[in-house]
Design a protein around this ligand. Sequence first.
Ligand code: PMP
Length: 286
Amino acid sequence: QENKKDVIWIDGKLVPREEANIPVLTHGLHYASAVFEGERAYNGVIFKSRQHSERLLNSGRQLDFEIPFTAEEIDAAKELVLKENGLVDAYIRPIAWRGAEALGVSAQKNSIHLAIAAWVWPSYFTREERMKGIRLAFARYRRPDPATAPSTAKAAALYSIATISKHEAERQGYSDALFLDWRGRVVECTGANIFFVKNGELHTPDPEGILNGITRQTVIELAKKRGIPVVERAILPEELSTFTESFVTGTAAEVTPVSEIGEHKFTPGEITTTLLNDYENLVQGK
Ligand code: PMP
């Protein structure tokens, strides 16, 4: 499946990708006054589109800006981008940022822009590869205290420590980095939430100070439907040896089993497999 056309929606207009450029003196580039989303369409349907649009608007507000489009308009724009690009199964990336009028830290009157792009982004792994599990290293940095940064927004600024940590993990042969938070609790990966299994129960960090992923919330609902007890709580790195299964969740990662975190080993088992299947069925509309 290839993009038939390659157009990006910017501020209400469809523009060929090579013309979809912004000025170098954009506030969003210099001071990370930018927020974004990551979404997937399956069989032409954007999974939880409205929830992603609302989260985008809310992330903007946390950065003290109001995106000049409603959730309805953003939903429609995403549909249009898929249609115009001839995409059915795709990853969708809306991004909003503060424009280039003034380049001081204060830029109260700068315009707020919104762009939406989409492209084919299949799973990184075949199902067989995925079931072997990915290996995680601990990140060098910690997720900041909500008193230090708007740590629950999907804000570009928060991803600088994610890229540094992920590069470091990849150079050591791991797939991703696992963050501790400012208190030293296990919280999330660079672009995914994390779950653990112990005695038939699902344990996951409470969402304070992290991105409470839409996939995370979906998987919690799916587990409850199956009668699997879900415990949201503080999880310490010392406890990792007490868990038997682990997996990460995210729009891009979907449900991906974890085989190793540092010296701890996990084997994808029944609960991981069940939730991986349930999630796949749900997003595929089955
Ligand atoms: N945590 C972080 C830091 C992320 O970037 C993502 C991906 N958006 C997630 C968790 C998972 O969120 P979602 O399930 O909404 O994609």
